[in-house]
Design a protein around this ligand. Structure first.
Ligand SMILES: *Cc1c(COP(=O)(O)O)cnc(C)c1O
Length: 451
């Protein structure tokens, strides 16, 4: 199908109209139900495809680029499968994420293992599979030396450097500060020399990695950090008189706009900025790996939850919904850093357009701070209505918090055909009634009976 044919149908529809279409279909098909399906996540799979295409198109065809999706942003195996089919690789940071990436069918050569705490066993496994590894410290390099003393590997191995260019507006997301726990700090006394020796002594060390930070880091800061990594790669190669460093992993971190439906900044803006700061990255001399997470999925997902009750307390209307800290952990605990929009829909999934009234939107968890929004102007919510929380496709419903033994919600993938008809596929099954009782906690009947 041509691009224009796609855009003239409903497949290219975006924003609130798209959410309403998916929501109404979900209610119609019973994926949301006030008795049995109180909360669910949705991923717009057409939207994901479009985002992955825009990422690929942002880099010139002449460069060899592997776009490795940061699995922590949405680790559901069917989501990872979709991304693999879209041509992406996968960035993992634990044995669990590696297992999910392998289950999703990624070729080990397209998996990148980053973590500041890789164990000996994890390193040995990654190196025997041929998964790329970015060492986070000199101590980790010594462990890799030990492993490679007894076996070969086809893994591409690099070092994560911390360019120490500073942080962004959210300190918890800033990984290139002077004292960050990530990578080898490039500007600390003696480290440049030590690193040059490390590359000289290890001909298999052929990559340089950096990830400046995530949400809240300005593009110029990210581009500046990457520029330092590229300069350092050039310095290594000049120092050794050979092109030993052949690849640069530039990390992820493109910030997402949570204020409205605009996707800004786009990947093309990011690449323009990179060209300004780090022209050598585009020389063709280096292979490139990227590690975007949030910017690939955040705007392609939303949560929907029923309002169970409403009340007015101290003059303030409060809607008690089924979405709270268990799925919006960061927003509940750090509301200023992670604000989310809320939209009001009637029980059938049609947007409410009443006069805006300041109200609190609360979750089900048993602590007073479990609020998705405070004093938010919205059409007045009634019991039985639905609230939609846009921009939650990354880091929200796939990384739950098990407070109050609340279940992990079902997640559905949605596609919209040219006639506007929505089809769903399960990305995570609905929780079962006894989800919260792990096997080992079920008391033995004999014990219960006192025998
Ligand atoms: C979290 C992380 C990413 C992804 O960051 P986003 O902000 O989701 O793009 C990439 N690389 C590393 C090493 C990370 O820790």
């Amino acid at each position: 199908m041509s691009v224009s044919a796609r855009n003239s149908g409903y497949e290219g529809e975006t924003g609130a109209a798209r959410r309403e279409r998916i929501l109404r279909a979900a209610v119609g098909q019973g994926l949301l139900d006030p008795d049995t399906a109180l909360l669910a996540g949705f991923v717009d799979l057409d939207g994901v495809e479009g985002t992955v295409t825009s990422l690929r198109n942002a880099f010139p065809d002449s460069l060899r680029v592997l776009h490795a999706f940061a699995a922590k942003a949405n680790c559901l195996v069917p989501v990872l499968e979709e991304l693999r089919r879209g041509g992406m690789g996968c960035e993992v940071a634990s044995a669990g994420e590696l297992a999910r990436a392998l289950e999703a069918g990624f070729d080990p050569a397209h998996i990148v293992f980053d973590s500041p705490a890789k164990t000996r066993a994890e390193l040995a496994r990654a190196l025997s599979l041929g998964v790329a590894v970015n060492a986070d410290s000199f101590q980790e390099l010594a462990r890799i030396d030990d492993i490679l003393a007894t076996r070969d590997t086809v893994s591409r191995i690099g070092v994560r450097i911390n360019p120490q260019v500073g942080g962004g507006s959210i300190s918890a997301m800033s990984t290139a500060t002077a004292t960050s726990k990530f990578g080898i700090p490039l500007t600390d006394e003696g480290n440049r020399r030590r690193l040059l020796r490390a590359y000289r002594d290890r001909p298999w060390l052929t990559w340089v990695h950096t990830h400046v930070g995530s949400q809240g880091c300005p593009l110029d800061l990210i581009a500046e950090g990457i520029a330092r990594a590229v300069e350092f790669a050039e310095e290594i190669n000049a120092h050794l008189g050979r092109r030993q460093v052949t690849g640069i992993d530039i990390g992820g971190g493109l910030p997402v706009n949570f204020a409205d439906d605009e996707t800004t900044p786009g990947f093309d803006t990011y690449v323009d900025r990179l060209r300004e700061h780090a022209p050598a990255l585009f020389s063709g001399a280096y292979e490139i790996v990227t590690e975007f997470g949030r910017s690939v999925l955040a705007k392609n997902g939303f949560m929907a939850a029923y309002v169970e009750y409403t009340k007015t307390v101290g003059g303030r209307p409060i809607a008690i919904t089924h979405a709270g800290a268990q799925v919006a952990t960061r927003t509940v605990f750090a509301p200023d850093a992670w604000p989310l929009r809320i939209e009001a829909y009637d029980p059938g999934g049609t947007a409410k357009h009443g006069r805006p009234v300041a109200q609190d939107v609360a979750g089900p968890c048993c602590f007073a701070g479990d609020l998705l929004a405070r004093d938010r102007e919205l059409p007045l919510l009634d019991a039985g209505d639905l609230v939609v929380v846009p921009d939650t496709g990354a880091y929200y419903f796939s990384t739950p918090f098990h407070y109050n033994s609340l279940p992990e919600p079902a997640v559905h993938g949605a596609r919209v055909d040219a006639d506007g008809h929505v089809t769903f596929r399960p990305l995570r099954p609905a929780p079962t009634a006894d989800h919260a009782v792990p096997d080992h906690a079920v008391p033995d009947v004999a014990v219960l009976a006192g025998r």
